[in-house]
Design a protein around this ligand. Structure first.
Ligand code: KIV
Length: 273
């Protein structure tokens, strides 16, 4: 039996996601950072592809997302959009590109859209970045919010632990979610918060709420592609499910290749000119 309940157009848009929430069809979102992976993710029928600033962890080996630059994000997002024909492509605005002056935030969002071909941007934070979000929305750029564990604030939080455990932070998160809907965000990511709170948010707003480490009471899920494929073995948070063990598959392929080269098994005559 198909799990799809609405007639989806060939191209997924922000309107498609709204209809999916109304029809109670869950939204599947995954990150991608390069052309080849983006093609595979898109061909699988994924609804949304996020060019996350986690690119700087996964692709560049940085410990936090803070070093990501706008030029680097544009590069990754452009690589992804070249490989995608169906999924909605959302790109993260890097740390420092929207937290200050709203006009600068608009300028940076316009660059990201224009130079990468992405179809929406994602920003972390609530009331603190309201002005920037409103300015970006005023240019017709769809904005996805991001509340809870917002990794660009890791130094303020002092780590990547569960957020909004206490009433005051949970209440602020509920207010921020309502505000993001009210000003016109098309969707919202909730990261690493109690499942009950995430369900409450999803039930209290009409925009789709996508969770990561936020339980199954939300409207969809997002994971980091390399993590769910088992390519990042040391990273095993409770919320992560491994859908493959590509780390082992790739390692085995490499050792097999080394052995074939050393033993002159590769290339064979058939593989030579
Ligand atoms: O950068 C990222 O990959 C993200 C997801 C974890 C939501 O923001």
């Amino acid at each position: 039996m198909s799990t799809n309940t609405i007639d989806k157009p060939k191209k997924v848009t922000t309107a498609t996601l709204r209809k999916m929430k109304a029809a109670r069809e869950k939204i599947a979102m995954l990150t991608a950072y390069d052309y080849s992976m983006a093609r595979l993710v898109d061909e699988s029928g994924m609804d949304v592809i996020l060019v996350g600033d986690s690119a700087t962890n996964i692709m560049a080996g940085n410990l936090t997302t803070l070093p990501m630059t706008l030029d680097e994000m544009i590069y990754h997002a452009r690589c992804v959009t070249r490989g995608v024909s169906r999924a909605l492509v959302v790109a993260d605005m890097p740390f420092g590109t929207y937290q200050g002056d709203a006009t600068a935030a608009l300028h940076n969002a316009v660059r990201l859209m224009k130079e990468s071909g992405c179809e929406a941007v994602k920003l972390e934070g609530g009331s603190e970045v309201r002005e920037s979000i409103e300015k970006i929305l005023s240019a017709g750029i769809p904005v996805m919010g991001h509340l809870g564990l917002t990794p660009q604030s890791v130094n303020k939080f002092g780590g990547y632990g569960l957020r909004a455990k206490e009433d005051a932070e949970a209440e602020k998160l509920l207010r921020d979610a309502a505000m993001l809907e009210e000003i016109g965000c098309f969707s919202l990511v909730l990261e690493k918060i109690p499942a009950q709170l995430a369900r409450r948010v999803a039930e209290s707003v009409s925009i789709p709420v996508i969770g990561i480490g936020a339980g199954n009471g939300v409207d969809g899920q997002v994971l980091v592609v390399n993590d769910m494929l088992g390519m990042n073995k040391g990273f095993v948070p409770k919320f992560l499910r491994h859908y493959a063990d590509l780390g082992t598959v790739i390692n085995d392929a490499f050792t097999h290749y080394i052995s074939d080269v050393k033993s002159v098994d590769f290339p064979s005559e058939a593989e030579s000119y």
